[in-house]
Design a protein. Structure first.
Length: 97
């Protein structure tokens, strides 16, 4: 069963456009990564400085491997410099109803 991932980012107001550009530039590599299914870049309608990346992966370990790869490359450090608080990652599993 696939896993949904929420990456919740609070960006510094002066860095919003740069963050959106950086994220968009990473998506081709993200889409090519093992286990990737889908990704969407969204903005909170009530707080334009709250950017939320919605992802779907085949397995949680695929996303964790991807995040480790991004960390090794230094991508997460670059991203963190644009944020006003640490990113929040949530892993969600669908409950059959």
């Amino acid at each position: 069963m696939s896993v949904d991932v929420i990456l919740d980012l609070q960006v510094n107001p002066e860095n919003r456009e740069e963050l959106l550009s950086v994220l968009a530039s990473t998506f081709p590599d993200t889409r090519a990564y093992k286990g990737f299914i889908n990704i969407a870049l969204t903005s909170n309608e009530d707080d334009s400085h709250n950017i939320v990346v919605l992802e779907q992966w085949q397995q949680r370990c695929d996303h964790e491997s991807y995040m480790a790869w991004r960390t090794e490359r230094g991508d997460l450090d670059k991203l963190a410099k644009l944020l006003s608080s640490p990113p929040i990652i949530r892993y969600l599993t669908t409950i059959p109803t």
